[in-house]
Design a protein around this ligand. Structure first.
Ligand code: ADP
Ligand code: MG
Length: 358
């Protein structure tokens, strides 16, 4: 009997079954897209801090979480700047420069002592290419304050004496200056330190992924929910602020820092004078490089090493980066690009004015 009905209404039954399957597919589809969408909600926040442009791209399900971490990052940067900026008159660094007594120990907070000790290791290993007390040279040249004349040779030579790392010593309690008129700053590391602090702030939040850039230093956290690596653009050293010459794929908890001759500079007689100095000559670095990008698992060290490798030049800089266990992208004035072995698969050129040379 029921077979009779099945046969008779075969078409109707098939129709109903098909409709049910279609409805199920639609429901599942809607559900998966809404899950995907929830994970990849994104906001971009732009602003200024630590004397530079800040961009935060934050991924999480809820807007409230994204806004909260944005505010927390701003607070964290403000607190850090008050402590380490040489330009803020009651920062630890500014107070130290103003009030140290020659050959005595000037006590500094533990975190600053740590940064200075690490910087001193780099200074020693590079025989002074890096120097925590390069500041008298930066002040003399005044490039970051918009001065655009080459100082007298005699005055440069005088400041070179103060700019050598051999004229300071860092103990567990603080710093000893061996001459008067010296000064330290954390200029070559500050944005990287800020990236480390930002990373801690993000870790404490509920967001799934974030990319925060502070000037030329970038902190990369988590994922954007699609299981793919982050694509970080490498600035074209002869292009505008948003021009990218290549892209490097980065994983969670990576830090990318770039130092170049384009950030702050002036030109005289077709020669470029910029804000990264060779402390041994007293002049802005003048080698084959336009920029160095360092990729590592620590913001502070990536920033220190991008400045250091820029001063060292292509060959020594590549060797030193490898010795320190970080990856590097070195761009020469001839627009040749040299990269360390560990990022051969991760790095791609996007602008064909540039060529991969190794
Ligand atoms: P930016 O601050 O533009 O991102 P860097 O990280 O390369 O670039 O740091 C440049 C700053 O580091 C300069 O403004 C100066 O304060 C400081 N500096 C310049 N030359 C040296 C050097 N040889 N060693 C240590 N610090 C340096
Ligand atoms: Mg640096």
């Amino acid at each position: 009997m029921w077979l009779y009905y099945v046969r008779r209404y075969k078409h109707v039954i098939w129709g109903v079954l098909l409709a049910i399957v279609l409805m199920l597919l639609v429901v599942i589809g809607v559900k998966t897209t809404s899950i995907k969408k929830a994970v990849i909600n994104e906001d971009v926040y732009s602003g200024k801090a630590m004397g530079t442009a800040i961009k935060k791209t934050i991924y999480s399900e809820k807007k409230k979480e994204r806004d909260a971490v944005n505010t927390a990052i701003d607070d964290c940067l403000r607190t850090l700047e008050k402590q380490i900026s040489v330009r803020i008159s009651d920062s630890e660094i500014a107070k130290c420069n103003r009030s140290y007594v020659k050959n005595g120990t000037y006590r500094l907070p533990e975190n600053i002592v740590f940064y200075l000790q690490e910087e001193m290791k780099v200074a020693q290993e590079t025989k002074g290419a890096f120097s925590p007390c390069v500041r008298p040279l930066s002040v003399l040249w005044g490039i970051e304050d918009g001065k655009n004349v080459v100082p007298d040779q005699q005055r440069i030579e005088e400041k070179v004496k103060y700019a050598s790392y051999s004229k300071i010593a860092v103990s567990d309690d603080g710093i000893i200056f061996k001459l008067d008129n010296m000064a330290i700053d954390l200029g070559a590391a500050g944005k990287g330190i800020a990236c480390d602090e930002v990373m801690k702030t993000i870790e404490e939040s509920k967001v799934e992924g974030a990319v925060v850039s502070i000037g030329g230093s970038v902190a990369i956290f988590g994922s954007k929910g699609d299981g793919k690596p982050w694509h970080i653009g490498i600035r074209d050293p002869r292009g505008g602020e948003d021009d990218v010459m290549g892209v490097v794929d980065c994983a969670d908890h990576t830090f990318v820092s770039t130092s170049g001759d384009y950030e702050k500079y002036f030109e005289e007689n077709f020669k470029r004078y910029h804000h990264i100095f060779d402390p041994r000559t007293g002049y802005p670095v003048d080698n084959e490089l336009m920029s160095v990008t360092i990729i590592g698992d620590n913001g502070f060290m990536s920033d220190v090493l991008s400045t250091t490798c820029f001063v060292l030049g292509l060959k020594s800089g590549m060797e030193y980066a490898q010795k320190k266990g970080v990856e590097g992208i070195f761009i020469t004035k001839d627009k040749e690009v040299y990269i360390t072995k560990g990022i051969k698969k991760e790095f791609r050129i996007k602008d064909n004015q540039y060529i991969l040379a190794n």
